[in-house]
Design a protein around this ligand. Structure first.
Ligand SMILES: Cc1cc2nc3c(=O)[nH]c(=O)nc-3n(C[C@H](O)[C@H](O)[C@H](O)COP(=O)(O)OP(=O)(O)OC[C@H]3O[C@@H](n4cnc5c(N)ncnc54)[C@H](O)[C@@H]3O)c2cc1C
Length: 352
């Protein structure tokens, strides 16, 4: 079976890896490269906490476990850490609602006060009266993870065509028979669209993509180990010493361009300096306005596109958390007709 995968972000790379490992003939197209889309501008928090429903929580929890298992089979030591997260993004009643949900789900969390907070993160100032400590969560550099997955896929025979765009789909009636690219046409038994924010243009999937601001500082000496999700900023330190930060996780930003975001960028750097007062030189190295790929109802869209045989979608927010699990589930779904019940709520036909 020849599968064309459109998109080499963390989701497309993971699908390509799992398809190639199962013996499929795989060709991956990306108009730029693994970090060109959301996977290059992501905060990279691997978690099940940001779940809006019990069903979605179970999906994300399985995804976190699958990501950990991936780290046992692929050397991701420069790209993934598992040091946990301290969360107090919401306060008051909203905090209690969140904590109650996590307790009901049986998520591995505990309530901590300022002393325990300072033991965990001695360099972070103004510890909150209460926070939720989530020791099982991790952080990833998604573009590095995607590159590692693509290397393994290539070692298993996948062909990577980077810097080339899929401009359309080849069809015979309702059957998608391949892709049209700026290199020419290529036939395929199945086309998997993992094109992030551009998935809607290729398939007609209704989307509600949202901008998100990510700042990166120049490297500093190790100062924090955990992901810190505070009420006014979230930040973490990567293994190269750079701090990644953004406004509160659930917040989209109103602006479409960085020019208009300059006040917010200054404000976020000030908030970071207030949280880390002993770090003398915190310099902004990069500010990026990424776009979150979000299917119209906010949940993943994974499965056949209705009315188009041979066309399959894999588009989602939280693709960093979900990518490794989705790769495995999609490969089983399309090659072995083994449809995992975890996928049932996220089939694209609900949106067309
Ligand atoms: C600011 C921000 C913060 C985020 N924080 C988190 C987080 O903390 N945790 C989390 O789990 N998720 C987070 N996300 C979401 C996550 O980053 C995305 O869900 C994930 O990266 C999507 O991966 P992907 O492979 O589906 O898409 P992408 O990484 O966008 O990859 C799609 C690829 O398709 C290629 N492409 C598109 N169209 C074509 C075409 N026609 N032909 C060829 N190639 C094409 C693009 O070049 C691109 O490389 C965040 C996103 C943003 C923007």
């Amino acid at each position: 079976m020849h599968v064309v995968v459109i998109g080499a972000g963390i989701v497309g790379a993971s699908i390509a890896d799992q398809l190639a490992a199962r013996g499929a003939r795989v060709t991956v197209f990306d108009r730029a490269g693994p970090g060109a889309g959301a996977s290059g501008m992501s905060f990279g928090w691997i978690n099940a906490a940001a779940s809006e429903s019990d069903t979605y929580f179970r999906f994300r929890l399985a995804a976190v476990a699958r990501f950990r298992a991936l780290c046992d089979t692929l050397d991701l030591s420069d790209a993934v850490t598992w040091n946990g997260c301290i969360w107090w993004e919401d306060e008051g009643d909203a905090f209690d609602v969140h904590l109650d949900a996590m307790a009901r789900w049986g998520y591995d969390v505990s309530l901590i006060g300022p002393d325990e907070f300072t033991r965990l993160e001695p360099n972070v100032a103004n510890p909150p009266e209460r926070a939720i400590w989530c020791p099982s969560e991790g952080a990833a550099e998604p573009d590095k993870v995607a590159r590692a997955l693509l290397r393994r896929a290539a070692a298993n025979g996948a062909r990577l065509i980077l810097g080339r765009e899929v401009t359309g789909l080849l069809r015979t009636g309702d059957q998608v028979t391949g892709v049209q690219t700026d290199l020419g046409p290529m036939s395929a038994d199945l086309v998997v669209v993992a094109a992030g924010i551009r998935s809607g243009a290729l398939t007609g999937l209704p989307m509600n993509n949202r901008p998100g601001l990510i700042l990166r500082t120049a490297p500093v000496a190790p100062v924090i180990s955990r992901i810190v999700m505070s009420s006014d900023i979230h930040f973490r330190q990567a293994s190269d010493g750079r701090l990644y930060l953004g406004e509160i996780f659930s917040g989209g930003i109103a602006t479409e361009t960085l020019d208009f975001a300059s006040d917010l960028i200054d404000e976020l750097m000030d908030r970071l300096r207030r949280r880390l007062p002993d770090v003398a030189d915190l310099h902004l190295e990069q500010a990026a306005l990424g776009t979150r790929p979000v299917p119209a109802d906010g949940f993943p869209a994974i499965g056949p596109v209705p009315g188009h045989d041979g066309l399959y979608l894999a588009t989602m927010h939280s693709g960093v958390t979900l990518g490794p699990l989705v790769g495995e589930l999609v490969a089983r779904d399309v090659l072995e007709q083994d449809s995992d019940p975890l996928l049932a709520p996220y089939r694209p036909n609900r949106l067309f």
